[in-house]
Design a protein around this ligand. Structure first.
Ligand code: FAD
Length: 501
């Protein structure tokens, strides 16, 4: 079922009555917070005893449009409305507003591009911090400094002219740096380079307590590793120093079809083991000529001027002969390959339909049986006409960030059932039924040693999260107590009870 808005009462009450203090935020909007009435006060309403909002370089918004937008995301399933939206003018705006929120027990969450699918960046009756206004990108020697609100497409816009690229990109590059680093960020290059979080050299964050801190593997490492794939529970990431590698000029792109999931995964294991491709993923699609599903490997070989040898790359693979599709394209066009599909789905409206997405990392040993079983029972109606099935392997030793939880076997598979629900449908095609199916699938996968990749829409309890983080739970809980002692950050993930531990 969709999450219901969290009650404000979950934050311990008892705010002090304050004398009238008026704050002036950019745009000359007089703003205060009434700690007794638990509401923001603006303009001529500032009569009662209110606490001033500190002066800001950016803007604090209370308009219906701003609050409604912050109460929505790519999932269009959860709608928790905040009281205010901050568009920070600089990092100090986040510092002072988080201190203000702590003082008045107001929950807060950073929002990147809002492409979570289950209210992860939402706050019922609190403050949403729209990171998109902090989007500066500066290329240095072989790294790039990116503010957290920058999109990966902008990062590439700065690095590619220097002949450099982040080693791992997500399939969709209009996501924010802060948004993907807070979940992990995996893609077809991950078998070589790990997740995006494994390619971060340094972070600048604002902790839940409102402290601005630089951290790295050697500088406050507990904070660094609590923020990477930390789902926004301890601090807001404001700047990341990201590793870069030489960018290729061209990409040879292969689509190879297989009749069964087992046949696909057998070849995926082979190409992952010898690392012959620069990039490799896999998908399933409905068989246009009969019942069931077809599977395909999507692989890429990067090159500058000399094209790769097709025979050497695919000659020993077991795809269905004659089904191979081979094309060449520029590196950026390859990274931006979803753009035409997104434009199409925007035109049909399906981009704006509910997206109850399901993602899990499965142990290699359980993958074939589990995937075959799931796919045997899955129809187009279960995922919607624009639904997507992803299936590809990763190397667990390349995934080093402690909070990105994956099975312990050397090879793990990402299996994703990315559903699109019929809008306003309470039936089998609706989001409610799909959420229930997601939960059931999650329980089956977890019983086999799988871990949710937490970007989707699976109703979770605190107990589920405790089990998810397993041996890392004490680390995360301690970091939360230390860096967000007021427990105000990112309640939409549903990991900790809001408020002081
Ligand atoms: C079309 C599409 C394709 C995708 N493809 C991939 C893929 O190939 N690989 C992959 O790994 N993922 C993929 N994802 C998932 C995506 O990486 C996550 O949903 C990601 O969190 C979205 O980034 P965002 O900027 O929209 O974040 P939001 O949805 O705005 O936020 C997500 C979470 O991160 C927190 N957060 C946001 N900014 C910060 C910050 N600065 N500091 C701390 N916490 C922050 C939010 O509070 C929230 O909890 C895809 C999603 C979509 C919609």
């Amino acid at each position: 079922m969709p999450k219901t808005p969290k009650a404000r009462g979950s934050i311990p009450s008892g705010p002090k009555r304050r004398d009238l203090l008026c704050g002036l935020s950019a745009g000359a909007l007089i703003t205060g917070f009434d700690p007794v009435g638990r509401r923001w006060i603006t303009g001529s309403q500032v009569r009662a005893k209110v606490a001033a909002v500190p002066p800001l370089k950016g803007r604090l918004l209370f308009t219906d449009a701003a609050l409604s937008a912050a109460a929505d995301d790519f999932g269009h399933i959860v709608h928790n409305r905040p009281w205010a939206v901050l568009q920070p003018g600089d990092v100090n705006d986040i510092v002072v507003m988080l201190r203000f929120c702590n003082e008045h027990r107001i929950l807060a969450a950073p929002r990147g591009q809002g492409h979570g699918t289950y209210g992860q960046a939402q706050v019922s009756g609190g403050l949403v911090i729209e990171m998109a206004t902090l989007d500066t990108v500066t290329v240095c020697a072989d790294w790039v400094e990116a503010e957290a609100g920058a999109r990966w497409s902008s990062v590439l816009g700065a690095t590619l002219p220097q002949g450099l690229t982040p080693p791992v990109l997500t399939d969709y590059i209009e996501l924010s740096v802060g948004g993907t680093l807070s979940v992990g960020g995996v893609g077809g290059a991950s078998p070589h380079y790990g997740a995006q979080v494994d390619n971060v050299l340094e972070l600048e964050v604002v902790t839940g307590a409102g402290q601005r801190v630089v951290c790295s593997p050697t500088l406050a490492p507990d904070l660094f590793y609590a923020v990477l794939a930390g789902l926004g529970q301890c601090a807001i990431l404001v700047r990341a120093r990201l590793r870069l590698v030489p960018a290729p000029v061209n990409v040879r792109h292969y689509i190879l079809y297989y009749p069964t999931a087992d046949a696909l995964t057998a070849d995926q294991r082979l190409v992952q083991a010898d690392g012959r491709f620069s990039f490799a993923e896999g998908e399933a699609e409905l068989n246009p000529n009969g019942p069931g599903w077809l599977y395909y490997m999507e692989a890429a070989a990067y090159y500058d001027s000399t094209p790769p040898d097709d025979e050497a790359l695919i000659g020993d693979l077991h795809f269905e002969p004659g089904t191979q599709q081979i094309s060449d394209l520029g590196y950026y066009d390859f990274l931006d390959r979803l753009a035409p599909a997104v434009t199409f789905l925007e035109s049909t409206g399906e981009w704006y339909d509910p997206h109850p997405w399901w993602n899990m990392f499965l142990p290699d040993s359980a993958t074939d049986a589990f995937v075959s079983g799931v796919m045997a029972g899955l129809t187009e109606a279960d995922i919607g006409a624009s639904g997507v099935i992803l299936l590809y392997p990763l190397r667990s030793d390349a995934l080093r960030a402690p909070l990105l939880r994956v099975p312990g076997e050397p090879v793990v598979f990402l299996f994703s059932v990315l559903r699109t629900a019929a809008p306003d449908s309470g039936g089998a095609l609706g989001a409610g039924a799909m959420l229930a199916a997601n939960r059931a699938l999650f329980e089956q996968g977890r019983a086999l040693g799988g871990y949710e990749y937490p970007i989707g829409s699976i109703p979770m309890t605190t107990g589920d999260w405790r089990e998810h983080f397993g041996p890392q739970w004490p680390f995360l809980a301690a970091a939360r107590r230390r860096y967000d002692p007021g427990g105000i950050l990112t309640p939409g993930q549903g990991i900790f009870k809001p408020g002081p531990a």
